[in-house]
Write a protein that binds this ligand. Structure first.
Ligand SMILES: Cc1cc2nc3c(=O)[nH]c(=O)nc-3n(C[C@H](O)[C@H](O)[C@H](O)COP(=O)(O)OP(=O)(O)OC[C@H]3O[C@@H](n4cnc5c(N)ncnc54)[C@H](O)[C@@H]3O)c2cc1C
Length: 532
């Protein structure tokens, strides 16, 4: 399809369409709502997008002044207001929620506690990037304050105690950072072949990795989000239902800022009968479930479990993956293929999987959706630092329990070896006592802010074999943090040995079980080679 465009039309379109001739083009310099509304018209119009823009979005007046009117549409306030009216027409005419998937926003959320980052990063259909506790030392005090959040719920003496305790934890973190750097510098002297930069960066990362357990969950971070209007709507509805003042306050700030860019997509969020009712539903079901859980679980205590337990898998999983691998290459129905896969010899099944997986050149060469035919459910009890990293995976189901000191804490060997074990234990004890004091004051939901990230939290991860391949291979890479490396190495072992899915485990060729002393060294060397 080619548009017949007059010179005047081309002039009006040029700033907003990356190509005026080809069948593929991007929309630029337009408000998100205009772009969304334009795409929404595809479903009910035989016209091309460029023609729709000219005919329907530039308003009355024909071509005379089209360029000026297009510029007005694209200009911030005027354009957004006008786009909103266009969107309302399209949205209400078709009543289609998915229209709000057609516009996106980059949003920065700075100074968010680690507790809040997990709320922000809950949604699957968003993209996130976060300041790393592995690469950023939290040893400075911008504005004279350590980088942690003080919950608005805390008042009076309890607030003072919270601030004093967290200040002490950060003091210890800073002092220990210097000690651990020296310790690692002595333990791992620079190789002659490494530059000073590579070595220093590696040693610093090792010290940061080792010490992040001292930081409380209240430690603040910066999160960049890219998402559609619909994904933001879901996030804001959840945040408005949160028991945490910080989440509700950030929800309000986010709504204000997002409405400057995509107001039409977020109209429902605070309407009493729409978004408010939706948030109330979320809050009510959460509270009712907590209540019923209290009743049915009464005073039960957790049975001891290892760090990673495979709690559910399908013993027939591998056979089903073989059947699924054959599906797209055959004309047979699904259940017939399952029966056939069961009758194949072990050798034949192996041959099918070998062909399907092929020769993987790197971890990004991932086999197809047949690997989504079987799933694994893991219960994991690991330190909060590892949990917060694993929680970033979106194509799985992950839920976690409230952070508390109940499951004890991890203490890295290097902390003992560098003689900071006593400081570490003091921070842990202070953190546990503060948690109990806050919870004892009736602020159970707020108490996790006080808990150091070395404390263990329980979560489950349920994922299909394709996502397991991604998570396990990414998170066992030598440059990964030792805590989540250990968890994912164990997941890999359990898939092979406990589920008996050896072929699936073997297909994860890039799962790395090697012992690594300096996690960042190879990556830093490679980065330097690339820079050169
Ligand atoms: C050594 C190391 C260092 C890291 N450092 C940082 C850091 O400093 N800061 C930081 O924020 N994160 C960091 N991460 C986390 C990492 O960048 C990912 O955010 C995280 O692993 C989860 O996302 P994912 O896409 O890998 O996997 P999943 O969310 O599990 O997704 C699996 C796959 O699905 C697809 N997918 C999922 N969601 C989308 C989407 N929205 N759009 C398109 N495709 C999608 C992609 O193909 C993706 O690979 C680090 C990870 C490692 C291993």
């Amino acid at each position: 399809m080619q548009d017949e465009l007059s010179p005047a039309e081309r002039e009006a379109l040029a700033p907003y369409f990356t190509s005026l001739d080809g069948p593929v083009f991007a929309l630029v310099n337009l408000p998100e709502v205009v772009k969304g509304a334009l795409f929404a018209r595809y479903s009910r119009s035989p016209k091309s997008l460029r023609r729709l823009f000219l005919d329907e979005f530039l308003g009355e007046g024909g071509l005379a002044g089209a360029r000026e009117r297009a510029a007005a549409l694209a200009r911030d306030a005027e354009g957004t207001e006008r786009a909103e009216r266009l969107y309302e027409r399209v949205f209400f005419e078709y009543g289609d929620d998915s229209v709000a998937q057609l516009g996106g926003v980059h949003l920065a959320c700075e100074g968010a506690s680690n507790i809040l980052t997990k709320v922000l990063e809950w949604g699957r259909l968003m993209a996130y990037l976060e300041q790393s506790t592995r690469y950023i030392p939290y040893d400075d005090r911008p504005g004279g304050r350590w980088r942690y959040h003080v919950p608005v719920e805390l008042e009076g003496g309890l607030r003072d105690r919270y601030v004093e305790t967290l200040d002490r934890a950060f003091d210890t973190y800073r002092a220990s950072l210097a000690t651990l750097r020296d310790f690692f510098a002595r333990r791992y002297p620079r190789a002659e072949t490494d530059s000073e930069t590579v070595w220093r960066t590696t040693i610093r990362a090792k010290a940061l990795d080792t010490l992040r357990g001292l930081l409380p969950a209240a430690t603040t971070s910066n999160v960049g989000i890219y998402a559609t209007g619909q994904a933001y709507e879901q996030l804001l509805l959840r945040m408005r239902a949160s028991p945490l003042g910080e989440a509700r306050a950030y929800g309000d700030l986010m709504l204000t800022e997002l409405r400057k860019v995509i107001p039409a997509f977020l109209r429902r969020v605070d309407l009493p009968e729409r978004g408010a009712a939706w948030s109330a539903y979320l809050a009510e079901t959460r509270e009712a479930t907590a209540e019923v859980a209290r009743r049915v679980l009464d005073d039960l205590t957790p049975e001891p479990r290892p760090e990673v337990t495979l709690t559910d898998f399908d013993p027939d999983g591998e056979v089903k993956v073989v059947a699924a691998a054959l599906y797209a290459a055959s004309t047979l129905p699904d259940d017939q293929l399952s029966a056939i896969a069961r009758q194949l010899s072990a050798e034949e099944r192996k041959a099918v999987l070998a062909a399907y997986v092929g020769r993987r050149g790197n971890r990004r060469h991932r086999p197809g959706r047949a690997f989504e035919r079987t799933s694994y459910r893991f219960d994991v009890l690991t330190d909060y630092g590892a949990f917060r990293d694993l929680q970033r995976h979106r194509l799985l189901t992950l839920e976690w329990q409230r952070l508390s000191p109940a499951h004890g804490y991890a203490i890295p060997d290097a902390v003992q070896d560098a003689d900071v074990g006593a400081d570490w234990r003091r921070v842990m004890d202070d953190s546990a006592e503060l948690h109990d004091a806050v919870a004892g004051a009736g602020l159970v939901e707020v108490a996790p802010y006080a808990v150091a990230m070395a404390y263990r939290v329980r979560c489950y991860l349920e994922m299909n074999a394709r996502e397991a391949m991604h998570v396990i291979e990414l998170r066992t890479a030598p440059q990964g943090h030792p805590s989540y490396r250990r968890v994912c190495q164990e997941m890999h072992r359990l898939i092979a040995e406990r589920a008996g899915h050896r072929a699936i485990a073997d297909a994860m060729t890039f799962a790395d079980h090697s012992e690594v002393e300096l996690e960042r060294l190879a990556a830093e060397r490679a980065a330097e080679r690339r820079r050169k």
